[in-house]
Ligand binder design. Structure first.
Ligand code: PLP
Length: 432
């Protein structure tokens, strides 16, 4: 927290009054942030994974400006507006057709809260009130509000709130480097799925839904899962009548190489949470999609979903999202994503053989380098040292503890990716 007198900005994740002063960013363009003191920084993590096509993309900036002159905001209860209608029309063209209903909210955490509440009330409305418990994965992260935090893994982030969090059933994640059942990926049969299978066989009458970050657990350490793991989750949930919630807040909008990670495994969830990249990184917006089968349980007297945030379907955010999706429609965004993926694939093998590296992972435009560390985990002492080293060299990378990851805007140049890798290689030689 800043120590000046008066109202102080409480910056996320500050630990002591000795934390460095926050960097003042006065401008951003494309992949670069520009500071008040004249430095240029490569935003290699898309500003917490929100930016897609580059900062201040003129198409999105113009759309927001135009919308601001027409309609700033109107409540969505009993009202609608062209901006939210257009967005819904465009989303419909890219989401699985079975997800025919969308509930808008503010951010990733609210999109998750809504999915959890819908799942629980769905079973209640169907006359199965006993089905109200949630299954989540080890290493999961779904947000910082109380429900989202409950389904996130136990960690230093959540421990002060253990009494507030509702209990969930926790099943294995397919974290192959640290296999929870002691197998090797080359020879395993996704044996880690057994913990979910056993739970479903014993308790499905109590279970409302399972929530998963499909193919990639982000904040838990950029852990990539085999596609078969997600396929098996889908099959088991269907078999045991448990709803599947796909949290695509991070993985959505092309990050993993297709529009949604679920597409890569041919999986259609019952509910899907979107946010972050939905507006191209301009404005906060959440969306929770669900099937008609779920939606129809909420029609009729006394069956409503009583949930609505003030800014639900905000016209400015929707205008940004429409412009974002128009960029996908009119430009070859996936060629850019593929080019980033190719460059990761060229550079990562060199790092994989480094004696300090435990494993390298990649999915689409995202690369992760897990380091060997005695204090592995989010609070690894490597993190602040690496973070400072990268920033001094003009690169914004915020390792998740001992895991360095690159998650750039899709407009990043080949030279900038090259530079980011050079700086990481330099760090491995110099940061103890
Ligand atoms: N779900 C996932 C998979 C996330 O990665 C995040 C944020 O990192 C969230 C939900 C929460 O999103 P927000 O920070 O917008 O509330």
């Amino acid at each position: 927290m800043s120590t000046t007198v008066g109202l102080k900005i409480w910056h996320p994740f500050t630990q002591t009054h000795l934390d460095p002063e926050p960097l003042q960013v006065v401008r951003a363009q494309g992949t670069h942030l520009y500071t008040a003191d004249g430095h240029q920084i490569i935003d290699a993590i898309s500003s917490w994974w929100v930016n897609l096509h580059g900062h201040c993309h003129p198409r999105i900036a113009n759309a927001v400006a135009a919308q601001a002159g027409k309609l700033d905001h109107v409540l969505l209860a009993g009202f609608s507006h062209p901006s939210v209608e257009q967005l819904t029309h465009k989303l419909q063209r890219i989401v699985p057709s079975a997800l025919a209903n969308v509930f808008y909210s503010d951010d990733g955490s609210t999109a998750v809260e809504i999915a959890l509440k819908l799942a629980v009330q769905y079973w209640q409305n169907r006359g199965c009130p006993g089905k109200r418990e949630i299954v989540a994965l080890e290493h999961a992260y779904h947000g910082d509000t109380v429900g989202a935090m409950s389904v996130s893994a136990d960690s230093g982030f959540t421990s002060p709130f253990s009494r507030l969090r509702f209990p969930v059933h926790r099943v294995h994640s397919a974290y192959c480097l640290r296999c929870p059942v002691g197998q090797k990926r080359a020879s395993c049969d996704i044996d880690c799925i057994e913990s979910l299978k056993n739970l479903l066989e014993q308790s499905s009458d109590k279970l409302a839904a399972l929530i998963v970050e499909p193919l990639l657990q982000g904040a838990g350490g950029m852990i990539t899962h085999p596609r078969e793991f997600l396929e098996r989750i889908r099959a088991l949930c269907s078999e045991h009548n448990v709803l599947l919630i796909a949290d695509e807040v991070l993985t959505g909008f092309g990050r993993c190489g297709k529009m949604f990670a679920c597409n890569m495994a041919g999986v259609v969830p019952d509910l899907m949470c979107l946010s972050k990249g939905i507006t191209g990184g301009f404005l906060p917006l959440g969306a929770t999609l669900c099937t008609d089968a779920i939606h129809q349980e909420f029609t009729g007297e006394g069956r409503s979903f009583f949930h609505g945030h003030s800014y639900t379907g905000n016209p400015l955010a929707c205008a940004a999202a429409v412009a974002n999706l128009e960029i996908f429609e009119t430009e070859d965004v996936f060629a850019r994503i593929d080019a980033i993926a190719v460059q990761h694939a060229e550079r990562l093998p060199r790092l994989a053989n480094h004696p300090r590296v435990a494993e390298v992972r990649q999915i689409g435009s995202i690369a992760a380098i897990e380091l060997k560390a005695d204090d592995a985990g989010y609070f690894s002492t490597l993190k602040p040292r690496l973070y400072g080293f990268f920033l001094e060299r003009g690169v914004l990378l915020r390792p998740l503890g001992h895991v360095i990851y690159i998650l750039p805007p899709y407009c990043i140049s080949r030279d900038d990716i090259h530079y980011v890798y050079e700086v990481i290689e330099e760090a491995l030689e110099n940061v103890g």
